[in-house]
Design a protein around this ligand. Sequence first.
Ligand code: MSP
Length: 499
Amino acid sequence: MAFYVSTPIYYVNAAPHLGHAYSTIGADILARHMRQRGEEVFFLTGTDEHGEPVAQAAESEGVTPKELADRNARHFEDLMPRLDVTNDFFIRTSDSRHEAMVQEILQRVHDNGYVYAGTYEGWYCPRCADFKTETELEEGNRCPIHKIVLEREREDNWFFALSAFQEQLERLYAEQEDFVLPRMRFNEARSFIAQGLNDVSLSRARLTWGVRVPWDESQVFYVWFDALLNYVTALAFARPGEDLVSKFWPADYHVIGKDILKFHAVFWPALLLAAGYELPRHVFVHGFLLMEGEKMSKSLGNVLDPIEVVDRYGSDALRHYCFREVSFGQDGSVSTAGFEARYETELANDYGNLASRTLAMVSRYRDGIVPEADCDSALAVDFDGLAERFSEQLDRAELTAALDEVWQRVRRLNRYVEERAPWQLAKDPERSGELDVTLRSLTEGLRVLTVLLHPYLPQSAGRLLAALGRPDLDLRAARYGDSPGGARVGELEPLFPKR
Ligand code: MSP
């Protein structure tokens, strides 16, 4: 089966920060897990390069928007392998193939009767590239996100008849309870629709950095319409000669942050309906990573640099921390101290030490060969149905809950070591069978958990499975007792060394 997951495409007027890494790693965890289930995965990320903020940033630096975009897009593209992100393609909206397809699709929306000429007036935030309603404004006509004072703007442009989709969107939300996840965001989108949809401006007259409106060369498309369409256009040209649209559309998951809910949960399905495409199956909305209670963002100057973290602690540590510390879907605070504490207690101690001890005991007591004994039934109850439950959680993109399921078992195995005290068993030749069972159960339990953990900790999982002599990542192998004893274990440098 095909599985298509996307991240938001990132604005190129800022350098990548942890918030961007967060959306991307979340999508990567889903992509990796689905590959382990044998799905044919297409995982898309990229950069959103048009619009006023980019044009403004370029002007103040004295370069063309395209030059700025080329330079900054590279920072995002380079970030992916550093985070161990396995995207299948990286789309840039300044790619002429994207632009041509945006024109083609929006021409169709126009020809289908959903576009008309009008005048727009409103409070415009250039940083959001969006108009704000009166109720959204903060005191002093400020943007609720960027806190800058907004100007009232008026211009003639083309409109998209969003209101024509009122009933279809209401029906979508009545019939497809998991269209938007988690529930809180579903409710938010549904009540936005219930208040009555207003048409939205589809083009900009003052701007030149964008995709030209094919029926009116004096305007460019509003950056959000150009950007949203990336999810479809990329499929058309990511693999020249291959029709990925029919293979992968509709998308299974668009992973997004809560600030862009309206665009994905309301505008996007309406636009797809207007153009005659099927709707995505799910939009998963995560919360914000906060530092000292504020959203981390370039304009607020409180960013945590993911590259610095990765350089010092490795990408696994960052991936683990983000999804363990903050429940995926909720807001949550992150901090350097919190990061270090989890690195120490969970990665180095709970998991890393368990792995080292287990391998060391197999080497010391059994010459490096995992005994061919039965697996201890005392642990069976902890592993029964685990892979199934974990998969169901990831089907709903509950990345934190799924990780917690596994971590409970990591702790269970640590307790098991203490209960069984293999070092005592090793002193008593009569208890050699018990020691066999203990070592076999530990290696097998560790193997199963590590297969499940692979999407979160791809580096460590790969190293540990290789050291256990059982490198298979297939999720069907993630059953306690499935793999036979007899493997030769290898060397393993500490997975999470002291820093
Ligand atoms: N370009 C648009 C998206 C277009 S998608 C068709 C955009 N770009 S962005 O670079 O500003 O943000 C991209 C993503 O990063 C959003 O999902 C946003 O929620 C996420 N994050 C940015 N800062 C964040 C945090 N501090 N915490 C978590 N994620 C946040 O929006």
